[in-house]
Design a binder for this molecule. Structure first.
Ligand code: JFE
Length: 384
């Protein structure tokens, strides 16, 4: 990949020679080229700016030097990036897209920006992207170009050994911010590493990290959280005995749908009494989600003798079905499976297409070779 930078401050790009991007350049994966816009001026004062048409404060970058530089640098397959506060927001998805390009030209403006005709004209030179680093105002485009470069270059195959791990962790994987991380010593200046991380209980660690990620996300980036998981920061909690009445109501609502979809009333969850629910709550590891105080989702798991983590009773309130909450519950119950669990198993109706689609998407496979109750199918998944 070739990366060109056009600027009136070439010194801004000295960091490109440092460790991160510099290593990629040393490996020949990328080539950085910095160009001083002023070398494309032809007056004694090397002027790159002029007063704005229509009046107003500040200066605007004049088009002629930019025209020359675009003529010189661009060709077929060039993507021209104008960093600007009014561009499309830069994010991990956009970094991944730019990482696929062969040639990026970063046009870094200063003053009040660049004459609009330069951007319009650049479309005749290649693909044009106007990109904002974020909702704040910088003095020019250089810092934004550097940040974009760092995010893009680390995605190039071969960089930092990422060719092996083709699955690059995306920002906010699973829609959550990262959980906090710790290293030695176990106690530092009176602050202790959370005990659960030193417990050796992998299931507990996974559940704790998930909970931390959800709390952080709720506190800092509520926009990332699906409304269905927005309550108080710990959306999925262990069921208590007092949840039984609502669980009974919710499961009846959910399994009436299943009865209709499968044209059968022969479904245990439909016939259970309140006492039945109270009884199974005692022996299944059951988790519930509340939204505004209302129980809107639940799931249960139980370890079988053969090491299978039996997952069941995934239920979502009718108004939230299709919102992704079912998948959140399915992910959660897998994450909290005990260490001894070697596989996951679950049952659903033969005709419950939406359920089956979700389970398959989550890595479960239909098992025609295993016996299921009449009208049901069994799906399993090996534990990673
Ligand atoms: C330029 C400037 C007048 C900005 C209302 C060129 N995310 C992001 N923030 N700031 C930039 C990008 C950026 C990029 C290029 C730039 C800022 N300026 C300064 C002048 C109004 C502005 O925005 C000039």
């Amino acid at each position: 990949m070739i990366l060109d930078y056009v600027t009136i401050f070439p010194d801004f790009f000295a960091p490109l020679d440092l460790s991160l991007a510099g290593k990629a350049a040393d490996k020949g994966l990328v080539e950085f080229r910095v160009h001083d816009l002023r070398t494309h001026t032809h007056d004694r004062h090397h002027r790159v700016d002029d007063t704005p048409y229509g009046g107003g404060a500040g200066m605007v970058m004049k088009p002629e030097p930019w025209g020359e530089v675009l003529d010189e640098l661009t060709g077929p397959g060039t993507t021209i990036v104008f960093t600007t506060p009014s561009g499309e927001p830069f994010d991990q998805r956009l970094a991944e897209e730019l990482a696929t390009r062969e040639h990026l030209v970063f046009a870094c403006g200063r003053y009040e920006g660049i004459d609009q005709r330069v951007i319009d004209h650049a479309r005749e030179h290649g693909e044009v992207r106007e990109i904002s680093l974020g909702d704040y105002v910088l003095n020019g485009g250089e810092v934004a170009a550097l940040a974009i470069t760092e995010a893009v270059v680390r995605l190039i195959p071969g960089f930092m050994g990422n060719a092996e791990s083709l699955v690059e962790e995306s920002h906010a994987e699973g829609g959550l911010l990262e959980y906090p991380v710790y290293t030695k010593p176990p106690e530092w200046r009176g602050h202790e590493v959370p005990a659960v991380l030193r417990s050796g209980d992998h299931a507990k660690v996974a559940a704790w990290r998930h909970d931390q990620a959800v709390r952080r996300t709720a506190a800092r980036r509520p926009d990332l959280l699906h409304p269905s998981v927005l309550d108080d920061g710990s959306p999925i909690v262990r069921a208590v005995a007092g949840d039984a009445p609502e669980l009974l109501v919710l499961q009846r609502a959910c399994w009436v749908q299943e009865a209709l979809a499968n044209d059968s009333l022969d479904i245990p969850a439909l016939h259970e009494s309140y006492d039945d629910v109270v009884a199974w709550l005692r022996v299944w590891d059951t988790w519930v989600v509340r939204r505004a105080g209302r129980l809107v989702g639940a799931v249960r798991g139980r370890l079988e003798d053969d090491g299978a983590w039996d997952i069941g009773r995934i239920m979502v309130a009718p108004d939230l079905q299709g919102s992704g909450l079912g998948r959140v519950l399915l992910d959660h119950i897998q994450a909290v499976a005990p260490e001894r669990a070697t596989s996951y198993v679950l049952f659903t109706g033969v005709a419950s297409e939406r359920n089956q689609r979700m389970y398959k998407k989550a890595g479960f496979r239909l098992r025609g070779d295993l016996t299921a109750p009449p009208g049901a199918v069994v799906l399993t998944k090996r534990r990673a």
